[in-house]
Design a binder for this molecule. Sequence first.
Ligand code: NAP
Length: 276
Amino acid sequence: MAEQNFPTGNLMKGKRGLIMGVANKNSIAWAIARQLAAQGAEIAFTYQGEALLRRVGPLAESVGSDILVECDVTNDETMDSTFATLKEKWGKIDFLVHAIAFAGKDQLAGSFIDQTTREGFKSALDISAYSFVDAAKRASEIMNDDGAMVTLTYLGSERVIPNYNVMGVAKAALEACTRYIAADLGPRGIRVNAISAGPIKTLAAAGIGSGRHMFKFNKAASAMQDNTDPLGVAGAALYLLSDLGLSCTGETHHVDGGFHAIGMPQEGPLKEAICD
Ligand code: NAP
């Protein structure tokens, strides 16, 4: 991620929460962390494995965080210890950011029916969708009644994106889970939303076959004829997690330069390439 200016203020002052899914400084979760910290949030982070601790540790420190817990979302013991640590250190939390997804590289190239195996399907759905249900349940047990949760999704849930394959199915499940969790927690005033971000260069995006073409195509075909800026995704998270987002829940909010809204390319390089 290029050096960004995250608007400062007090919108998250007095709020504490957990961010799951920072792998490095390019992670979408890291842009969200910087934006929330710039607005006064206190943040705890999870990381997966020693290698990531070396990268995530200094990042967490740079936003004043001293709660960094190892967590693999497929491992109940580490999920238990993550939320037990939060309860012990803070008692209550105000927000949760879930920015976690995984599918084997073999699942993310070629035709959907040929590449999708039973194991690949189970693992993608488990890590990318069920993990939000599990984390939301655990977080809700220690969340203040006006808290909020956000997960990250992608348009491959609604439309066919070449090579996105089983991850598109997992994201469709994740968006449905978001609505069901929102309904369960709504009576307590807890809001639950998904941000559907356009392609952003991260480790996870690098795992998708022909990812390079995704960026070119999105730039040419989106309403804004540009790629998605992580700053916009972080701003949407700030809105949804702060009191600005009051009354907004169960929503999948697109931050993709308007790519999702376009049915046919407008004037520009894509139309010229095809039609002229
Ligand atoms: P990223 O930096 O690679 O983050 C993905 C995170 O998921 C990593 O921290 C990864 O940890 C973690 N993760 C995977 N399996 C895990 C497990 N079993 N337990 C705990 N953590 C696990 O990539 P990102 O693009 O920012 O992805 C964040 C979210 O945004 C994902 O849900 C992704 O689908 C979504 N999204 C991304 C884009 C995009 O274009 N980049 C667009 C729309 C939505 P490890 O590195 O240790 O596996």
